[in-house]
Every structure is written in C-alpha cells, then in structure tokens.
Design a protein around this ligand. Structure first.
Ligand code: SF4
Length: 311
C-alpha cells in the first residue's frame, strides 16, 4: 500500500493504522530530533499531493484487513496539515468506521483558519510544542522562514477555542536542551494559556539521522512531569507494540513502517515472531533478507540496534 501503513505501535494511541498523505520529507520545520533526517527543502504551501479518492480507497481496503484498531492516525513523512483536503478525508473515514481518527501535526499551520477548520471532525489532534520561548523554538524546531513561535502558540490557542475534540499536546523532551527548570517553567506558562486536555511527554528514543540527541535523565523526566502537571494533565506514555500479522507482503509492510520511522530491532523481532509462532528462527532469516535487499541498514542508538532505510 502506498499511503496506509501498520498497524503500528503508537506510544500515545495503542494499535494505530497510519495514513501518510505526503511525499517524503515535506515539512515546515527541521527539528533537531527528526527521525526522517534533515528537511532539505521546506514545504509551506498546502497541496493535495496525491488524489484523495485513491487514499480513501486504500484506507477502505485496510479497514477490511484490520478489524481491531484503536485509532486511525494521519501522520507521516512531514507535516500532516500540508495536505489540502485532509478534512474531507477525515469526514469520509468517519463514514466508514467507528474507529476514532487522530491527527499528528507539528501545529505550525494552525494559525490559518482553513487548516483549523479541516481538523474539526478529528477525534484527537496531537500538535507539538517543544519550547516555551522563541529562542528555544528556533533552536529545536528550526521552522521555515516566516513561521514564528508567536504564530505557533496563537494558532494552538485559537484552535483550542474552536475545537471540541481531544487536544493532546506532544512535548519532545530532549536531554540538555529543553529539560532545564527554566525551559520547563516557560513551557508550563505557555501550556496554561493554551489549555490542552492533556500533555504527552515523548522521548527521543529513536535515532535522529542528523545529529546525536540525548535522552533526558529519569530525574529530569520526573521534574518535567512535576512542573507541567501544575498547569495540565501530563502523561508519560509507555511503548506499544508493532503488529504485522495481517501483512500480505512482510518486507513491504516492514518497509512501509521503517520508511516513516526507525524501528527497534527487538520490536521488529517480536512482531515477526508473532507472525510465525511455529518458526523460531524466522525473525533472523527475515532480517538477513532485509539486509540482502540493500534497502535497509542497522544503526545503534543509546546502545540499541535500530532498523532504518538506506537513503
Ligand atoms: S515536525 Fe516532525 S517531520 Fe517535521 S522536522 Fe519536526 S519531527 Fe520531522
């Protein structure tokens, strides 16, 4: 499938069928922690990059194969809201299934009224907010020219006023970058003004191809939870798991996921073993096959091997 991938483990959403609406990598930001690598050319103009009917047809087929999903999640190779017509897709998906629809976005385009309008039917929207100051926003998210921190925060606040679904803000906590008390207090002040339903703290557990990013210490994670909990409900999500059991072509299903984010070797081993419970060495042979294709490579991050695509 070209647009639909998974179901994948989503830290925040359990078993989630992913829908990617973008050509890689299309983004308004160039985050230091991005798993997709450097944003070589910013994209800031919204477009219907692929025909919406074609995407909907793939979702329809995937829903027949996957009957026990927790969410259908629009997420992918860049900033999701760059796809013009996502609102139509959300509406059509909701006609097909009672499974709730989530949208993961960096939130940078929420200052635009038409972008906010396209999100109103989603059950949950998960925008990013990694900084409570212009300087830190510029250092972490490195937005395209013309996109400011103020615009970002005002967009989030305006969306909160208009949107009645779940607004779960995602904070990527980076060791030595935004985990100081000062940075967390600035962030708490901004979150208080926005008033989300919840904040999800996420960690850079996967390798970032552009530069080495450190995990925050346990102590700093606890401190972040304490400080942000003063203004909102904070969730420190646990890891989910990957499910490949409905894949008709295993290598293609793995490729569809690894293209979108690096996958921990242990997680992949378990997902393959679940597909072939009677073949104890199947995971090793599939991984050998992956290396032999030349499309995948293994990298190490924080002492753990991860699978990535060769670029
Ligand atoms: S917003 Fe997401 S896709 Fe864009 S650069 Fe940041 S992490 Fe990467």
């Amino acid at each position: 499938m070209k647009y639909v991938f998974g179901p994948v483990s989503s830290k925040r959403l359990g078993q989630s069928l992913g829908v990617d609406l973008l050509p890689p990598k299309s983004c308004t930001w160039n985050c230091v922690y991005c798993q997709l690598g450097k944003t070589r050319k910013f994209v800031t103009e919204r477009e219907e990059f692929f025909p919406r009917e074609e995407i909907l047809e793939e979702i329809r087929q995937a829903l027949v194969l996957n009957t026990s999903l927790d969410w259908i999640t629009f997420v992918g190779s860049g900033e999701t809201m760059l796809y013009k017509g996502i609102g139509w897709l959300i509406g059509e998906v909701k006609k097909l299934t009672a499974t709730p629809v989530a949208v993961i976005t960096n939130g940078s385009l929420l200052y635009l009224p038409d972008v906010r309008a396209e999100l109103l039917q989603a059950d949950a929207v998960l925008p990013s907010l990694n900084a409570g100051s212009e300087a830190l926003h510029a250092a972490i998210d490195r937005p395209a020219a013309g996109l400011t921190f103020r615009q970002h925060v005002e967009g989030l606040a305006e969306f909160r006023r208009e949107y009645t679904g779940k607004l779960w803000i995602e904070v990527m906590l980076l060791g030595g970058i935004n985990d100081s008390d000062e940075a967390l207090r600035d962030l708490a002040a901004v979150l208080k003004a926005i008033n989300p339903d919840m904040v999800h703290i996420v960690l850079p557990t996967r390798p970032a191809p552009e530069q080495e990013i450190r995990l925050p210490s346990e102590d700093r994670i606890e401190r972040a939870i304490t400080i942000l909990s003063e203004v909102t409900t904070v969730v420190h999500p646990v890891k989910g798991f990957m499910d490949l059991r409905n894949a008709s072509d295993l290598l293609e299903a793995v490729s569809a996921i690894v293209t979108r984010h690096p996958v921990q070797q242990r997680e992949l081993q378990k997902a393959i073993a679940d597909c072939f419970p009677a073949e104890s060495d199947k995971a090793a042979s599939v991984m050998q096959e992956m290396l032999a294709t030349g499309r995948f490579r293994l990298v190490e991050h924080d002492g753990e091997p991860y699978w990535m695509m060769n670029s």
